[in-house]
Design a protein around this ligand. Structure first.
Ligand code: PGA
Length: 259
């Protein structure tokens, strides 16, 4: 499934390893690189976001494979007395080029709010990283019919005003679909992604808003990738569990093979 036209953004399949992986896991990146051939490289960008302990060795392992490496979070600050935090320039220095921000697990575990995520994204972008900003409703918000309102609020609150399409990626991840094996219907995904697209055009201007990649995330697996990735305004996936093994991650990426 090659990109639909030259006016649609190039798809991105991103892997989020979360708090999983040791140096022994880096082998998976080597294996991924073996099947990321010229045809796939033309049609889809690949990214792996390991835990911060593995950023530098993962970037070294990925050299020559065209697989990009990214972080799972970064501080709004550049340096200083912030024990335990990792700054965007440290991510860059370790060979990372992108960073996931505002993932629902950070919103829950670390009580991150939209305003903080916006500061992190601004700082990441100013440092030269691409910010992947995550949005998505909880199960109770969906049941209350508030999905679009929640996603729109998170989007407006979390993305920096002056970001361009090359600096920003949005990931729509319904919280109830993460790690559960549950996914929204194609109609539901299409509705949310179209809403995000229209809001991005209003916030960033039509041309920039059209070119931002909007990823779907939440229980993307080899057996449902084709359906989810062919939905309008879905420009790739943010993959958790299925990104830990090269065989699963590359089976998802294969969705974009020509012919
Ligand atoms: P999952 O996680 O693919 O394991 O559902 C997705 C994510 O949290 O990014």
């Amino acid at each position: 499934m090659p990109p639909k036209s030259i006016l649609t953004p190039k798809p991105l399949v991103a892997g989020n390893w979360k708090m999983n992986g040791t140096r022994a896991s880096l082998h998976e990146i080597t294996v991924m690189g073996l099947s990321y051939d010229a045809d796939l490289r033309r049609n889809v960008d690949l990214l792996i976001c390991p835990p911060s302990t593995l950023l530098y060795p993962a970037a070294t392992t990925a050299l020559g494979t065209a697989i990009a490496i990214g972080a799972q979070d970064s501080s709004p600050k550049i340096s200083g007395a912030h024990t335990g935090d990792v700054s965007p320039n440290m991510v860059l220095d370790s060979g990372g080029s992108m960073v996931i921000l505002g993932h629902s697990e950070r919103r829950t575990d670390h009580l991150e709010k939209d305003a903080l995520i916006e500061q992190k994204a601004s700082s990441a972008i100013a440092t030269g990283l691409v910010a992947i900003v995550c949005v998505g409703e909880t199960s109770s918000e969906r049941q209350a019919g508030r999905t679009l309102a929640v996603v729109r609020r998170q989007l407006r609150g979390s993305i920096p005003r002056n970001a361009t399409a090359l600096q920003l990626v949005i990931a729509y991840e319904p919280v109830w679909a993460i790690g559960t094996g549950l996914t929204p219907t194609a109609t539901d995904v299409a509705e949310v992604h179209l809403t995000i697209r229209n809001d991005l055009k209003k916030i960033m201007g039509k041309q920039q808003g059209e070119m931002v990649r909007i990823l779907y995330g939440g229980s993307v697996k080899p057996n449902n990738a084709k359906e989810l990735l062919s939905i309008d305004n879905v420009n790739g996936a943010l993959v958790g569990g299925a990104s830990l093994k090269a065989i699963d991650f590359m089976a998802i990426a294969e969705t974009y093979r020509s012919g």
